[in-house]
Design a protein around this ligand. Structure first.
Ligand code: FAD
Ligand code: ZN
Length: 471
């Protein structure tokens, strides 16, 4: 029996796709990576995933797990050899159960993030993970990349929102680790090992997630700043005065918002005159558990104090849910406007907040000196010390920019490293940062990662060539 016949016998003929039918799964969202595959295989249950993995292990067929294919590091794209299968989890899309007394829900890996948020809301609960790709990314992909997004400041990243996992190991066993426990000190934490492993250790098929109370009221404002230092002063002030009620603080360069308004003319910046021309803006969000009136009073007090102190030059406080959505829509449209504007060089870095202003100033200056004419596209989750410090072509042609890519990466990564930062805050490593990772990580740490990989994936079939270089 051929490999394709054997795969069809497990998942059904209509779920083994080749040629044109598999094409969309072979290129990443940014259209930076493209590969070939034996087939796109779409199992319908954990048992089918396990049977596919056993078949692949027996024949040493590499497996590239894929969820919504929105990842930004090429992690879900196969190489050019055509020897791998792409294994889509999209058919495993059931919310299996909710335990409201325990504040948990059990979901399958292929559930789209937005459908999980909705299922939680329908049960009068909050599942807080939120990011611009939430309409198409899957919880399996969120787990595999330990995704972050806009609510990490209050609720933590994917790892902190997860209590248990079900995993198909690289040898095709099923690990039933779907525990709904907030405390469990019974040995090594395999859950945290699989979270963030980008499909290189096994396949996540289901998870037990934490749920939170839905906020009673939320307030949103867009704040305008003369400098990044002022934005950081505001963050510190908001943290101190709002404490756990502070649920969002998103920094955006004025240029990013100008791009959004240019690419999507139905959107508009709610400022006029000089306030519409400032270098930095931030979206501030408060979530309150008491009442609308309580939320508003607290929020307006914090914003007015900041304006009086001079750190915030202007502010627009959303008066309705529709206005709040419009403000968030501006923020969420930045990556889309960036994509519309052509290829760019993306950095997803984290830096201690205390060193952020100096990092941006020094790195901007060094980039302009080394590559005159490039354009900075800077936004991100300031509250987490996470910037999307991107570089666009500006006065250069697209090919000219791409020719500079490695040199730009190196310059930025060296500046990040010098201030004790990380070259990947939330997007992962994939193939994009695989080769440079050893330059910025402790050699012992890299060696231990190779040993873990060899122990959990002895045949080297799980997403080979991602995160770590091939042995
Ligand atoms: P995919 O792209 O399909 O896969 C990503 C990686 O996970 C690959 O290595 C793949 O092999 C592996 N994988 C997928 N499913 C499984 C599984 N079930 N088991 C094992 N491995 C698996 N990310 C953030 O963290 N924060 C953001 O704010 C954010 N904003 C974004 C905005 C836009 C517009 C876009 C396009 C992306 C954004 N991302 C962000 C990146 C991306 O959406 C997230 O990384 C997301 O978690 C990926 O989910 P996915 O289902 O699309 O995964
Ligand atoms: Zn982000």
């Amino acid at each position: 029996m051929s490999h394709l016949d054997a795969l069809q016998a497990i998942v059904g003929e209509q779920h083994v796709l080749t040629g044109q039918d598999a094409q969309a799964s072979l290129t990443d969202w940014r259209e930076r990576y493209s590969g070939q595959a034996l087939a796109l295989v779409r199992p319908g249950s954990t048992e089918e995933v396990a049977a596919v993995v056993r078949l692949c292990a027996q024949h040493r067929i590499p497996i590239v797990p894929q969820g919504g294919n929105t990842g930004l590091c090429g992690g879900a794209t196969p190489d050019q050899s055509g020897s791998a299968i792409v294994l889509s989890l999209l058919r495993l899309n059931a919310v299996r159960s909710m335990d409201l007394d325990n504040d948990t829900m059990e979901v399958e890996a292929g559930c789209v993030l937005q459908s999980i948020q909705q299922a939680a809301r329908d049960a009068d609960r909050l599942f807080p993970l939120s990011l611009a790709a939430e309409g198409s990314c899957t919880i399996g992909g969120n787990l595999a990349t330990n995704a972050g997004g806009t609510q990490v400041l209050r609720y933590g990243n994917m790892r902190e929102l997860t209590l248990g996992l079900e995993v198909v190991t690289a040898e095709g066993e099923i690990w039933h680790g779907l525990r709904g426990l907030r405390k469990d000190n019974t040995g090594y934490d395999l859950r945290d090992l699989y979270i963030g492993s980008e499909g290189t250790l096994g396949i996540i098929t289901a998870a037990t997630l934490k749920l939170y109370p839905l906020p009673v009221a939320q307030c949103t404002a867009l704040l305008a700043f003369a400098s990044i230092e002022d934005a950081i002063t505001m963050l510190t002030h908001a943290r101190r005065t709002l404490a756990a009620a502070l649920t969002g603080f998103e920094l955006m360069a004025g240029d990013c918002l100008a791009d959004v308004v240019r690419c999507f003319p139905q959107q508009r910046l709610p400022f006029e005159g000089a306030s519409a021309q400032l270098p930095w803006y931030a979206l501030l969000e408060l979530s309150d558990s008491e009442s609308e009136a309580h939320a508003r009073e607290r929020f307006e007090a914090v914003v007015s104090e900041a304006i009086e102190s001079g750190h915030v030059l202007d502010a627009v406080v959303a008066e309705s849910m529709a206005q709040s959505k419009a403000l968030w829509h501006l923020r969420e449209s930045i990556p889309l406007a960036e994509k519309e504007s052509g290829k760019s060089i993306k950095h997803d870095v984290s830096i201690p907040v205390s060193r952020m202003a100096a990092f941006v100033e020094d790195t901007n200056a060094a980039l302009q000196q080394a590559f005159p004419g490039i354009r900075h596209v800077i936004f991100g989750h300031l509250g987490d010390g996470n910037l999307h410090y991107n570089v666009a072509r500006g006065a250069l042609g697209e090919d000219e920019l791409l020719a500079l890519q490695d040199a730009v990466y190196e310059l930025v990564h060296q500046h990040v490293h010098a201030v004790g930062g990380s070259i990947s805050a939330e997007h992962g490593v994939g193939q994009l940062k695989r080769d440079v990772l050893p330059r910025y990580k402790d050699p012992v740490e890299i060696a231990l990662m190779h040993r873990i990989k060899a122990a959990l994936d002895p045949d080297g079939i799980m997403n080979p060539g991602k995160v770590l270089t091939l042995p």
